[in-house]
Design a protein around this ligand. Structure first.
Ligand SMILES: Nc1ncnc2c1ncn2[C@@H]1O[C@H](COP(=O)(O)OP(=O)(O)OP(=O)(O)O)[C@@H](O)[C@H]1O
Ligand SMILES: [Mg+2]
Length: 257
């Protein structure tokens, strides 16, 4: 296995990070893989999307980062996805940037805490917030790979360039082993020429780093938070569900080569 711990990240908001986290986990779980989902976004969308209410937990990932005495084990719960556990987000996460700002080694708190649990799972997916903050730095510092969902608009390419530069910085400063798991076109609009042109540009610039799988735009995806489970469980034969299954296969293929 090449990448066990994977950050799903893009500083741009609303590009399908959380949706990809949930639905790739759902599709991998059908293949018998076990997954730990880690919600690093204080919005708590991942937590909500797999059947939990972020307000219901006394402790979450924010506490793990903030308090040295709290271990990862204490915040892990079973999610609505078979074979997948969740470390839920809570509001503590919004305090992190201020509170750990002066701590030495503040970039590797997640790394040190995750260490005791990660080998209980085939994969660990870390859902990052739409920002380059200390939480994202912590996530990337402990990841083997980064999966980058991207929408095919012209300005997305500039954002991607910046993200790739930051990944280089992280590699250089904290985590030499960080690799690109893949760039995933999401919320793809089939009937626009601009989306097709941007997709072509992505392939031209980044070649094999771009997944062949494309996640098309569909209103069905927005139902996820109502069902609080992945699409494989509420829209079994939907084209987007099938695309996430295809992504799981492509992901596993890449992992094994
Ligand atoms: N393929 C898709 N088709 C249509 N809508 C989608 C698709 N993927 C995601 N969405 C919708 O777009 C919105 C943003 O998706 P999501 O929350 O996954 O993005 P995000 O990158 O995690 O956002 P944030 O940066 O706020 O964390 C959600 O309402 C989601 O339902
Ligand atoms: Mg999100």
């Amino acid at each position: 296995m090449k990448h066990q711990v994977i950050s799903i990240a893009n500083q741009k908001g609303g590009v399908g990070k959380t949706t990809t986290c949930i639905n790739l986990a759902g599709a991998l779980s059908e293949k018998g893989k076990s997954i730990l989902l880690v919600d690093m976004d204080y919005q708590g969308n991942l937590t909500l999307g797999v059947g939990m209410n972020p307000g219901d937990f006394e402790k979450g990932t924010g506490d793990v980062i903030l308090y040295p005495e709290i271990s990862f084990r204490e915040v892990i719960h079973q999610s609505s996805i078979p074979n997948a556990d969740i470390a839920p987000a809570n509001m503590m996460l919004s305090k992190i940037d201020i509170n750990i700002d002066r701590r030495e080694e503040r970039h590797k708190i997640l790394h040190d805490k995750l260490y005791e649990v990660k080998d209980n799972y085939d994969y660990v997916f870390i859902d990052c917030p739409p920002a380059f903050n200390l939480l994202t730095v912590n996530a990337l510092s402990t990841s083997d790979g980064i999966l980058i969902p991207i929408q095919c608009y012209p300005y997305s390419l500039a954002g991607l360039n910046m993200l790739l530069e930051i990944i280089d910085d992280i590699r250089y400063a904290y985590n030499f082993d960080l690799e690109i798991t893949g760039i995933l076109p999401t919320v793809y609009e089939t009937n626009t020429r601009i989306a097709a042109a941007v997709l072509q540009e992505l392939h031209d610039r980044y070649g094999g780093k771009v997944f062949d799988t494309i996640i098309k735009k569909s209103v069905k995806v927005a139902e996820g938070p109502i069902h609080q489970k992945p699409m494989v469980q509420y829209a079994n034969r939907h084209p987007v569900t099938m695309a996430y299954r295809e992504l799981a296969l492509e992901f596993l293929r890449r992992e094994n080569t």
